[in-house]
Design a protein around this ligand. Sequence first.
Ligand code: NAD
Length: 308
Amino acid sequence: MASTYLCAMQVLNGKETAQAIKDSLKIEVAQLSSRGNPVPHLVAVLVGNNGASETYVASKVKACQEVGFKSTLIRLEENITELKLLEMIRELNTDPDVDGILVQLPLPKHISDDEVINTIDPAKDVDGFHPNNVGRMVLGQPTFVPATPHGIMLMLEHYKIETKGKHAVVIGRSNIVGRPMSILLSGAGYPGNCTVTICHSSTVNLKEICQTADILVAALGKPGFVTADMVKDGAVVIDVGITRVPDASKKSGFRISGDVDYENVAPKCSYITPVPGGVGPMTIAALMKNTFRACAIKHYEDQGESIH
Ligand code: NAD
């Protein structure tokens, strides 16, 4: 049922915001080249034929082309051994032509995500998953911040959303979204300075906790999980969820669904992200920023400058 909240609700347009970021990156890439440096080079490694992973990697490669980066997609058979994959990553680590390495997750069951992540050179870990980079993020030091929470922070900044002193509730504690999100929102500075509650599958009274959120980030992967009765009037709602729901009316046979019951929640919010067109494009823009950073650090530091 629609709420009686009367303030204007604003949709956080991830597509437009991501485009603005990519446009300014394009200019920075041109400046980097004009100093005689090669353009950033992202290598994406895709193991197997997971449909969703194929789509994500294709969007990343397309974004590289848009901003003027070089990109390479390495496709590997589902049955590649962990040893072979690690060997390949070590080669990419030492290749001076490669600035950023991303290995698309999830990996087949016989390969350990941790082993793979730990093998990527932290200086090329543009996903920000390596323990060194996670540690730096926790300590508030400059680093590669995982793309999805980074993209959300960029979105909050772009729309100048007040975060200081707000109660942020994050649903989900994964290493790639929920946990880093909670750390960034609780950090000093802007966006940040929130009081954060992180919820997960063992949280008791989730609904009551969500009702106290000024900023609610839903990252659990359960379509329509956040309903209007869980959301406070005027809340900022960030929907990270991307689930393929079977839909015979679509050519693809599925539609993408977020974790928020958008239709009923949106009227209560001050700001809300749509799915698709919200967090997804911001994730890709943040990955492009990380890749640019990896390249710029390498080349500017070679020239005796620092970009930290
Ligand atoms: P995950 O499966 O690794 O983690 C889900 C988290 O949700 C877990 O920490 C779990 O404890 C929690 N959870 C599950 N059921 C719950 C419940 N009933 N109540 C409270 N907490 C519950 O997922 P993930 O990788 O963090 O991804 C979450 C969602 O975000 C997925 O839909 C994924 O596709 C999407 N995603 C989107 C982007 C993007 O760019 N938009 C990027 C990454 C992930």
